[in-house]
Design a protein around this ligand. Structure first.
Ligand SMILES: [Zn+2]
Length: 176
């Protein structure tokens, strides 16, 4: 297992749609392990493969709290197949937008089809934080960030801040 560097905005790779995985093999399992390790180290509760620069449709999520036993979930090719009628609001953050948080309203429940690490087709009916987290991470697979769900003014402010930081660091791709 290895820690992978996290991609942060304004890196344009975060805007690319990720490709479905065609099979679950050793490489996919190794990437899932790296993603979990990277997510725990950050620390974060969810990670999409694109955030470690792998443009494939895979997510890791663990909602266990500090001191509780770990509860890792890996979702391959996840797809939202149903959304509930009610909405809920959570203060969201993102490992690709460090130290920025904002309230986002999303459907309070979703049904997600996915493939697990053994290659089996699964369905999860999620609500609460799991529903929000799944929607946030599946957005990543489509090149969408949580700041796309907030006001344009707030989004422009945060993007500007990160562009300035990137410029000071030198180098990285600037388009977002
Ligand atoms: Zn995120």
């Amino acid at each position: 297992m290895a820690l992978r560097p996290l991609v942060v905005i304004p890196d344009s790779i975060l805007r690319e749609p990720s490709k479905p995985l065609e099979r679950v093999d050793e490489d996919v399992r190794a990437l899932a392990k790296d993603m979990l390790e990277t997510m725990y180290d950050a620390p974060g509760i969810g990670l999409a493969a694109i955030q470690v620069a792998e443009p494939v449709r895979m997510l890791t999520i663990d909602l266990s709290r500090e001191g509780e036993e770990r509860d890792p979930h890996v979702f391959i090719n996840p797809e939202i197949v149903a959304r509930g009628d009610d909405f809920s609001t959570y203060e969201e953050g993102c490992l690709s937008i460090p130290d920025y948080y904002a309230e986002v309203e999303r459907p309070a429940s979703v049904t997600v089809n996915y493939i697990d690490l053994e290659g089996r087709q699964q369905t999860m009916e999620a609500d609460g934080l799991m529903a929000t987290c799944l929607q946030h991470e599946i957005d990543h697979l489509n090149g969408v960030l949580f700041i796309d769900h907030i006001s344009r003014l707030k989004r422009e402010m945060v993007v500007k801040k990160f562009k300035k930081l990137a410029k000071e660091r030198g180098g990285t791709r600037l388009a977002i």
